[in-house]
Every structure is written in C-alpha cells, then in structure tokens.
Design a protein around this ligand. Structure first.
Ligand code: ADP
Length: 482
C-alpha cells in the first residue's frame, strides 16, 4: 500500500510527547513491512544541523492563506528505499524555541502555522508521483486535511483522491481558534457549521478531522470507548457517538529497537529477563547521577512526564508527601506547568535525601530512569495510550497506574490475573488511593520472589510495533475497500 502520514512531531527529528514516538515507529514499521511510506512534518529549528542528509526537494509551494499567498519549501530525508520524510521548510513558522509555545505561552499564529502544514500535506498527497492511496493524519495540527481533500475532490477536479484516516492521540488538544481564523483555510463558509468545523462559535481543527475523515482511530481500545462519553469526550462526545462505527481503538506499540535493556547506548549495565543483576547496577548509577543516597535496597520510584493536569500531578504530589515518611526514594523528570514545576521543586527541597527532580527534557535520562527504578508512577486522570508504562514493563520496572485508557489496556493487576500480574492498578482519582497503591508496592518490594515474578511477567509482555503496524494495515485495507 502507499501511505502518506502527516504529523506535527516525529521521532527522531522532533518530539514533545508520545505523538512523535508513535508516528516515527508507525512509519518505520509500515516501511519495514514493505509499504511505500511518506511522512509530512515541519522542519523545526535545528533538524537540518542534526541530519545533514536532508536535501532540498524540487517542489514549489505557494499556497493561499486567507488573503495572502505563502511560500515554503519541501525538503526530504530518504530514510530507506520506501520511507521518505517530507519536511515543510518555512523558517518564519517553524524556526522557534519550541514546537507550539515558548515560556508556557502558545504561539499566537499556531492556527496559521498548522493550517499551512495541512495544506502542504494535501498538496503533496495530490501531486506526489507515487500517488498515496491513504492519507493518515495525527491530531489537531493536521485535522483539516480530510476536509481539504474532500473539498478538492468535490469542487476542484481531484478525481481519485486518497482515503483518509485521523488518529486522535489526545482529545483534550483540539486546536480551537476564533472563527475569524477559519478564513485561513480558504474554504467556503458552508463547512463552518455545527456538523462541520464550528465548535460553539469557534473554529475547531480536530473536529474538522472527526467530521470528514473516512475512519477515525485512537490509541487504545478503552480510550476509544471513553471518548464517546460525556466525562472523557471533551465536548466532542456527541460527534464521536455519531461516528462510532468509524471509530477504532488500537493500542500503540513500543519500538523495541530503541527501548531495550541490552545494547542500549543510554544504559551502562545491560540486563535481561534471565538476569536482573544489571538492573540493580543501573539503579545505583542513577542514584549517583541524581545525587541520592546510594543504596540498592531502598525502593526507588520514578516518573517521567509532561507536567500537565492530565498526568495526575496533584495526587502524585499529595501521595508522595505522605509516603516519603517511609524508606523510599523518588525521581522525577519532566517539564510543563510552572505551578507543577514549583510543586516538585518544593518536594525535592523538603526531602533532599529522598527526592530528585529534574525539570527539562532529556531522552538519555528517561532511559536511565526507566531502567534504574523499581516502580514507575502513572496516576493519570486520563491517558489515551501512555507509552511510559509500556517502556517500564520492558525495563522490568513495575508500573503503578490508574485504571483509565491505555493504562488499563496494557497493565495487569494481581486482581485480574495473579499469574500474569505485572503492575499495580488503582481506580479512584485520589491521594488516598495512590498512597495505598504505593504501600502495596512497598509490600511487594519486600517479597523478593514475588517481585521477581512480577518483573519476569513485565519483561515478557509484548507490545511490539509489528503487531500494532499489522492492526493499522487492516484499517488501511478497510479504507481502500470503502
Ligand atoms: P504524552 O504523549 O501524553 O506526553 P506518553 O506517555 O504517551 O505521554 O508519551 C510521552 C513520551 O515523551 C515518552 O516517550 C516519554 O518518555 C517522553 N517524555 C515526556 N517527558 C519527557 C522528558 N521530560 N524528558 C524525556 N522524555 C520525556
């Protein structure tokens, strides 16, 4: 099949979260399976320097954006014979200190930056010599693509356009702008109504994708069900219920070529399911690196995340405050809301011998935390898929998760299956429930045999991308048959 993906972030070129990992891995594994794959993504500041093989592509882009015309360039990276990255090069839009925001303030021209990206993706879909059959877009930044394609089919002579698929990575981010920004689409007003792109008088980019794509996927089966309810639907549950027959939940995979405990350049000590001893050595290295008392016997808890309300920061801070009275350590890596950053810094100040907090983004440290910790906390309010709990499982670091979205779909609690248990789950979104789950972890930690049993189960869980890519292939086949 011939598939064009579009995304505002793409590992290994750009990343703020799981979106980048997912699209990067999907592209790679689809190409490995023999499909012709392209990915359209912005050329952000610094990418050219890191990837000197990126080349100018003889392709002129000059597109209407409201009342003006905007020029851009397409640059390409030929990753393999059948995988090409199409970078949209427009320094005025994309060469900034941050993908979407700077100092926690969204760029005021985000609608323009990503409508332009969407139009470039459509331009490539229409004119690339290899004629993509499927256009698969990810999240609000390219949510407009299916509508632009349909419009060009209906009114601009595009005879046989590709089928479209939209993946929702997080329904909480919708790209909602004042209705005047709709003009930047150069689409007629007829699509600006409640069964189109309008959202309570505003212009909603994700909603355009939900209304006009042929199929919609999201990143776990449970989240696919959750988002059709009022509680998780972020005011789009009505649209999603209406489109329920086109909505599919597919769990993301893990790229085990990157997230591995043997041959991983970020880890000093390799270890495997047959021999956990290297894990303990990585724990000691991590304690040293982060300036914590070095003692392999102290249970070490970790968390890596965007510091956003979704991630359960408030109950985590509350539960840790209570639980740090016991003999345990906690390491945190993340950045985000200034209020949450302050909260973690204060926690570290109050417990300097037990807590290490690193504010920032550090890929290498994220591997070392995954490998060095005994338990990984993910008390999210909601979690479309979540990747860190799956990385934790592979690293034999037991995830402690709230029962929601992909966390529920990927972790097994003892109450579900004692033989296969590989983590600890809790339901209630509260300090009390999380503290209780941490207490359970401490009991488990003291029972070496049981701990090994859980670790063994965790490391043998299989979320390989081959499986997830297979599931997407089935979706594409369904699309082509439509
Ligand atoms: P989300 O996409 O909601 O941020 P996921 O768990 O799906 O959450 O994916 C987060 C990804 O981003 C993981 O690969 C995680 O390791 C990474 N990540 C998040 N924060 C940081 C950070 N501060 N440093 C390094 N990696 C991070």
């Amino acid at each position: 099949m011939k598939i064009l993906l579009a995304s505002s972030e793409l590992h290994p070129y750009s990343k703020t979260g799981g979106l980048a990992d997912m699209v990067g891995a999907l592209a790679k594994f689809l190409a490995k399976a023999g499909h012709r794959v392209g990915v359209v993504t912005p050329l952000y500041q610094g990418i050219e320097e890191k990837f000197p093989d990126i080349k100018w592509f003889d392709w002129s882009i000059n597109l209407p954006m409201g009342s003006k015309w905007v020029q851009g360039e397409i640059w390409t990276h030929e990753v393999s014979e059948n995988l090409t990255i199409y970078f949209v090069r427009k320094p005025e839009y994309y060469f900034r200190n941050g993908l979407y925001e700077e100092r926690h303030i969204s760029f005021p021209d985000n609608s323009e930056r990503f409508i332009f990206l969407s139009k470039c993706a459509v331009n490539l879909a229409r004119h690339l010599a290899w004629k993509p059959e499927i256009v698969h877009v990810h999240d609000w930044q390219v949510g407009l693509v299916p509508l632009l394609i349909q419009h060009q089919h209906d009114e601009d002579g595009w005879v046989d356009p590709p089928r479209t698929c939209l993946t929702i990575h997080n329904l909480a981010y919708q790209g909602v702008f004042p209705k005047t920004h709709y003009e930047l689409t150069n689409l007629p007003q007829k699509y600006f109504h409640p069964a189109g792109t309008e959202f309570f008088g505003m212009f909603n980019c994700l909603k355009a994708g939900l209304e006009f794509s042929d199929l919609i996927t999201t990143v776990s089966p449970r989240y696919a069900r959750e988002i059709t309810t009022e509680v998780f639907g972020c005011a789009l549950d009505g649209v999603l219920r209406r489109r329920q027959n086109a909505l599919i939940g597919l769990l993301n995979g893990v790229d085990y070529e990157e997230w591995k405990t043997v041959g991983n350049p970020h880890l000093k000590h390799p270890y495997s399911i047959d021999d956990f001893s290297g894990k303990e050595l990585n724990k000691v290295e991590l304690q040293k690196e982060l300036g914590l008392p070095v003692n392999p016997d102290i249970p070490l808890f970790g968390n890596i995340s965007r510091l956003a309300d979704q991630k359960g920061v408030d109950i985590q801070l509350g539960a840790l405050e209570e639980m740090l009275a016991t003999d345990m350590q906690f390491v945190q890596l993340g950045s985000g809301s200034p209020e949450f950053e302050r909260g973690y810094r204060r926690l570290a100040e109050r417990h300097p011998d037990k807590v290490s907090v690193t504010i920032g983004f550090d890929q290498g440290l994220s591997h070392r935390i995954e490998a060095g910790c005994d338990f990984f906390l993910m008390p999210s309010r909601f979690e479309p898929c979540g990747l860190n709990q799956m990385y934790s499982l592979r690293y034999g670091t037991l995830p402690i998760v709230r029962i929601t979205g992909g966390l529920d779909d990927s972790v097994i609690d003892v109450s579900e299956d004692p033989d296969k248990a590989n983590g600890i789950k809790f339901q209630e979104y509260s300090v009390r429930a999380l503290a209780k789950a941490i207490r359970k972890a401490l009991v488990l930690y003291a029972d070496h045999e049981l701990l090994d049993h859980y670790r063994h189960n965790a490391m043998s869980a299989d979320f390989s991308w081959e499986r997830s890519a297979d599931a997407y292939e089935k979706v594409y086949k369904r699309l082509i048959g439509m």
